[in-house]
Write a protein that binds this ligand. Structure first.
Ligand code: ZN
Length: 430
């Protein structure tokens, strides 16, 4: 299926050897050229010649966002500064910006990966791609833009916002593909719906990236635009940027480019690998990144691996949607609970709205209690509250292995925010 930007291996059996070769190269390169990595590896008692099998990955020390900050402005630098051709930067959720740098080869690799996304999403050179993400220091604009050019589609670098201009181009240029963040996608879909433009557009696909998506958003965008295909591109500035994987057309998870990086899923507390299908923190090791290679970089993002062969026939492995960040994890009666898990359960219960709050409390009996407040979805009446709360409590028990009380509230009761809405309140005193 992937003809021009195929995986660098032909069968799943060939992948470990390819990854080992890349791992050995990365460790040797980082040890030789980066004072930071040399210090870290030496402190861990590992030298490049110790990496003989993929299992030796577990001997390598971790790299974190703090390391990137400590090494500001050019952390993890492993080449001569004159070899750098590009800088990108992300604001990061706390403190200083993260700055990452790229050599010519790093950019070429990234664009190859991004072009693979477009190919896998079924685009052709006939497609007209309107790119509605931010350009500049952020990785999204450059990635979506240059990846689409490398692939060979017509590109329209519209940038974010400016709904008037977006609608004009969608109509006049008969755009077939929109690339955007999930929030921009929803905004644009609502605008097109409000203007009644749907029937005059030629839109076939939406590719979303650079933001955690939920099933509810994807469903709303499909519904408002009448578009059948919505793809999700995961991305992390530290790992090139967006374009390092793409959700499967069969909606069977996200294929990730395992020929460019190794993805480990580890328990954020013990840092041991999680079992099959269990949620873990995504930890990245790059296989050919020159300027700022990653060795066991802890992203704090959470997901689970999807096992087995994909019905679409693609041999690239899969992980699930990003379910949240390990910083947001709550430990309740010995069970790790991630906010994304609650989202996920509620999205499967008919009648539950998208807004909810999770409260944790310690009562006088000394025990911890979990309470869930959930809005009814718009079209549901009060009479369904009791079966609805039972259904939600049952699904939470089945999926998260914890008991909770559920209160159903009228639609529109809980606070909304344009930014990140706070939904988890841990009121226990420790
Ligand atoms: Zn697939």
């Amino acid at each position: 299926m992937l003809r021009r930007f195929p995986p660098k291996y032909a069968t799943p059996e060939e992948l470990p050897a390819l990854q080992l070769k890349g791992l050995q190269w990365t460790v040797a390169h980082a040890f030789r050229n980066s004072p930071f990595y040399r210090r870290r590896l030496t402190a861990a008692g590992v030298s490049p010649s110790d990496i003989r099998t993929l299992e030796d990955l577990a001997r390598l020390p971790f790299t974190t966002a703090e390391d990137l900050r400590d090494g500001y402005p050019l952390p993890l630098l492993s080449v001569e500064p004159r070899e750098i051709v590009r800088i990108h930067s992300s604001s990061g959720t706390t403190g200083k910006r993260k700055i990452l740098c790229y050599t010519r080869k790093d950019i070429d690799d990234w664009l190859h990966m991004f072009a693979r996304c477009y190919e896998m999403a079924g685009l052709s050179p006939e497609d007209r791609v309107q790119i509605c993400v931010g350009y500049g220091l952020w990785t999204a604009g450059a990635g979506f833009q240059l990846g689409a050019e490398k692939f060979g589609a017509m590109t329209i670098p519209a940038g974010p916002g400016n709904l008037d201009l977006q609608c004009t181009f969608l109509l006049d240029l008969q755009t077939t593909v929109i690339c955007c963040t999930a929030s921009m996608g929803l905004l644009l879909a609502e605008e097109i719906h409000a203007r009644g433009l749907r029937g005059r557009l030629n839109l076939k696909k939406v590719i979303m990236g650079a933001e955690r998506t939920s099933e509810a958003t994807v469903a709303a965008i499909k519904d408002l635009l009448g578009v059948k295909e919505v793809y999700d591109i995961p991305g992390l500035t530290e790992l090139y940027g967006p374009g390092t994987g793409l959700s499967c057309a069969h909606e069977a998870g996200i294929h990730y480019w395992a020929d460019y990086y190794i993805l480990e899923l580890l328990d954020p507390d013990t840092l041991a690998p999680v079992g099959p299908g269990e949620i873990g923190e995504m930890v990245y090791t790059t296989l050919g990144k020159e300027a700022a290679p990653l060795i066991r970089y802890r992203s704090r993002d959470l997901t689970r691996l999807v096992e087995g062969a994909c019905p679409c026939g693609c041999i690239l492995p899969r992980h699930d949607r990003i379910l949240g960040r390990s910083d947001d994890m709550v430990v309740f009666r010995g069970v790790n609970i991630y906010p994304g898990q609650v989202d996920e359960v509620l999205s499967r219960v008919d009648g539950a709205g998208s807004e909810h709050q999770v409260l944790f409390e310690r009562r006088e009996d000394g025990k911890d209690y979990m309470a869930l407040k959930v809005e009814r979805s718009g079209h549901i009446g009060e009479s369904a509250d009791i079966p609805l709360s039972r259904a939600i409590a049952g699904e939470i028990k089945r999926n998260l292995m914890v008991s909770c009380s559920v209160e159903i509230l009228p639609h529109g009761t809980l606070p909304r925010s344009e930014k990140k809405t706070r939904r988890v309140f841990d009121n226990r005193r420790y």
